[in-house]
Ligand binder design. Structure first.
Ligand code: PLP
Length: 393
């Protein structure tokens, strides 16, 4: 019998993908340069030269059987150790390779972490607006996705709203900073306040509430510090990928870190491995495990995203749009010009503008502009944004 829940997931697809598909069709009809597709978070800057150099070096020197063969399920030991060493240099920690589990991107990292840290019937808190796939992944674990709204207008983390959302069924909280879709970075003081409150709540519980820090945008920042959350709250599992930082989104490579200070860390790590096994991931791509180890300290060049960000903010601000100034990632969160963000996006289509309405992110009345596009796309879209604004006057 076909699984109805899975059928529904496949048949409905995500709003982001739906708009992306529409954009591809529209580009065929009227020409790619006339469609302003701001839907997908696909990095627009190429992977750094060191990625190509690493691939070429592996192709030249590693025996084919080894190069394309399976690695151990958690990843190649030297790759895991290299990643742990890099984290230790950056954050003053003392992780080891065994604390790192290589995965097929952050989607797999978060899915494995969720499966490892929850049992059906429990609840996972997300800060809304949130990356829509969280709800899918949480519900696939048989859990309920509980929304804790961020602060209105600034979209900073609201410790009060998280506290309100906590129940005896709460297993974990997903924290995503820098944030998709708002670009907010959660400040150290706020995370410390959250940690203090969780410690108080944990005192009444058998098992602590886990934080799942989903950090694919960690390196995409415009000046602010991104605090290392396990140093603030010990029961934090970190999920990372190189999709954005090395522009390797299609190569599917990332990791889960279970710090030793985390509650029952050895059992949590075994459960992450069990989740990857149960979900059929087998191992992360072996060639790209080598690549990310070779490029582990490669800085992310955010200059192009920053130019897009500034250009959009200046121009849309002058036109009268309101938005949240993004501190990180590559999304601009803009207030729709009418209450119904879907209707606003339908009207934007008349001008070939394709942002994503906020409803599937769990917050009405806004849109997300993915500015991980070419600078020309940003500049050429500005008259359309102006015309859209004028259509509401
Ligand atoms: N988490 C967030 C917040 C994201 O924005 C994305 C992708 O856009 C993912 C996870 C999934 O990342 P990956 O492509 O590495 O699976």
């Amino acid at each position: 019998m076909i699984n109805e829940a899975m059928y529904a997931r496949g048949a409905e697809s995500s709003k982001i993908r739906e708009i992306f598909t529409f954009a591809c069709e529209r580009k065929q009809q009227i020409g790619a340069d006339k469609v302003f597709d701001f839907s997908l978070g696909n990095p627009s800057i190429p992977a750094p030269d060191s990625v190509r150099a690493s691939i070429e070096a592996s192709l030249a020197s590693v025996p084919p059987g080894e190069l394309h063969g399976y690695t151990a399920a958690p990843g190649a030991p030297q790759v895991r150790a290299t990643i742990a060493d890099s984290l230790n240099r950056r954050f003053g920690t003392s992780y080891q390779g065994v604390d790192v589990f290589m995965t097929v991107g952050a989607a797999a990292s978060v899915s494995c972490a969720l499966h490892a840290l929850t049992t059906p019937g429990e609840e996972v808190i997300v800060v809304s607006p949130y990356f829509p796939e969280y709800k899918v992944w949480i519900e696939t674990c048989g859990c309920t996705c509980v929304e804790a709204p961020a602060k209105p207008d600034t979209f900073r983390l609201s410790v009060g709203s998280i506290l309100k959302a906590i129940t005896p069924q709460t297993a974990a909280i997903i924290v995503n900073s820098p944030n998709n879709p708002t670009g907010a970075i959660y400040a150290r003081e706020v995370l410390e306040r959250l940690a203090n409150i969780l410690h108080e709540v944990n005192a009444e519980r058998e098992q602590p509430i886990f934080l799942i820090a989903d950090e694919p945008y960690r390196e995409l920042t415009y000046g602010d510090e991104v605090p290392w959350i396990p140093s603030i709250y010990e029961h934090t599992v970190v999920c990372y990928s190189y999709s954005k930082s090395l522009s390797l989104a299609g190569e599917r490579i990332g990791w889960v870190l279970v710090p030793p200070a985390c509650h029952e860390s050895a059992r949590v790590m075994a459960a992450v491995a069990g989740s990857a096994r149960a979900l059929g991931f087998v191992c992360a791509p072996s060639l790209f495990q080598r690549v990310v180890a070779d490029c582990v300290d490669e800085p992310t060049d955010v200059a192009a995203y920053d130019r897009n960000r500034r250009t959009l903010m200046n121009a849309l601000g002058d036109m009268g749009y309101t938005f949240v100034a993004p501190q990180g990632a590559f999304y601009l969160w803009v207030r729709a010009l009418e209450k119904d963000a879907e209707a606003f996006c339908e009207r934007a289509k008349r001008y070939e503008l394709l942002p994503v309405p906020s409803d599937s992110f769990g917050a009405p009345g806004w849109v997300r502009i993915g500015y991980c596009v070419s600078y020309e796309t940003i500049v050429n879209s500005l008259p359309a944004w102006r015309a859209l604004m004028e259509s509401y006057r």
